[in-house]
Design a protein around this ligand. Structure first.
Ligand SMILES: C[S@@+](CC[C@H](N)C(=O)[O-])C[C@H]1O[C@@H](n2cnc3c(N)ncnc32)[C@H](O)[C@@H]1O
Ligand SMILES: [Zn+2]
Length: 318
């Protein structure tokens, strides 16, 4: 639990709003997942942040390829101002898809795609190495891909094409239409396909407190890839916190501290109000006030008898 989590508001980076209502549970009942305004999930909100960060590097965008589009991602990509956006999926969904096709055989020219998003697709694709080679082929020289897959760091990819039983696939791969669960060699496969990669998590980019304020999954990795035939798998050690994440952590911790103090002060005021009401009901406050008034009157009269001045020589008001 981070400091900012008790703060009664949160910010949705996907719809750009401060949200007062609680975020709703997501798939599988995980808490704080879905924005009550735009229904974005953690990964969509982090994509919104990433697109903001990466936008200056993309320059003039001709073609965006959105593999397996979703209603939450379409508006985010539309905001990039690309000349063309192609939404592609193997399956038909007339609301979302422009092209029916496979990631393993993209109907696009070499080097034509400036930005490619591919979230939660590769674990469905039997020949994922062919899909990765296609990503390399279609990316333009300065083009970027943003990829996400279910991933267990520190493990080797669990895959077995002979597993077709839905229950067994759920047990091993997490879903009945998944054909593997990726481990560290996911990155080796990307590099073998000619892609250079950078890992990024909400925590590494934004810090823990900002990830919490944005209701992101702090340690969920996203891979930013680009064509690079000489790439190697980068080291896992990323220095944390950075000056920027440190600053954001400090700022939000301060906000959370001030909020805690405010909540405590409000509770004390309520307690005092209740105590005063209780005393008033018992007539105690009225009696105390009358006693105080009588005491003040006596003091004022005594002061007047002493020559109309109090001990300090000031005039005495009645
Ligand atoms: C779990 S959904 C992901 C949807 C969305 N990207 C998201 O993150 O919520 C997986 C999608 O991958 C698509 N898919 C599976 N194999 C594919 C392939 N070879 N080429 C393109 N799309 C594929 C499926 O049709 C399905 O729409
Ligand atoms: Zn939202």
């Amino acid at each position: 639990m981070t400091a900012i989590q008790a703060y009664p508001r949160r910010y949705c980076a996907a719809c750009g709003s401060v949200v007062r209502r609680e975020f709703r549970p997501g798939p599988g009942g995980r808490p704080n997942a879905a924005c009550p305004r735009c229904v974005s999930l953690e990964r969509h909100r982090f994509l919104a942040v990433l697109l903001d960060v990466l936008r200056p590097m993309l320059g003039d965008i001709d073609l965006v390829l959105d593999v397996a589009p979703s209603p939450q991602v379409t508006p985010l990509l539309a905001g990039l101002g690309a000349r063309r956006t192609v939404r592609l999926d193997l399956g038909a969904d007339n609301r979302l898809v422009d092209v029916l096709g496979s990631l393993t055989e993209l109907p696009l020219a070499d080097g034509s795609v400036d930005l490619l998003t591919c979230y939660h697709v590769l674990e469905h694709v039997p020949d994922d190495r062919a899909a990765m080679r296609e990503i390399t082929r279609v990316l333009s020289p300065g083009g970027l891909g943003i990829l996400q897959v279910p991933f267990r760091p520190g493990t080797v990819t669990d895959e077995d094409p002979s597993v077709t039983d839905p229950a067994e696939r759920i047990r091993r791969f997490g879903q009945d239409d998944h054909v593997r669960y990726y481990g560290d060699d996911f990155e080796d496969r990307l590099v073998e396909a000619g892609l250079g990669l950078r890992r990024v998590t909400p925590r590494s980019l934004l810090g823990g407190e900002m990830s919490a304020w944005l209701r992101l999954s702090p340690d969920e990795t996203v891979w930013i890839v680009r064509r690079d035939p000489d790439a190697t798998v980068p080291d896992r050690d990323e220095p944390l916190p950075t000056p920027l994440t440190g600053a954001m952590d400090a700022l939000l911790e301060e906000l959370a501290t001030q909020h805690r103090r405010l909540v405590k002060a409000r509770a004390q005021v309520e307690q005092l109000r209740a105590r005063v009401a209780e005393l008033e009901r018992g007539g105690v406050v009225g009696a105390a006030r009358r006693t105080a008034r009588r005491a003040t009157g006596r003091a004022v009269r005594a002061a007047r008898r002493l020559g109309g001045r109090d001990g300090a020589g000031r005039g005495v008001a009645g």
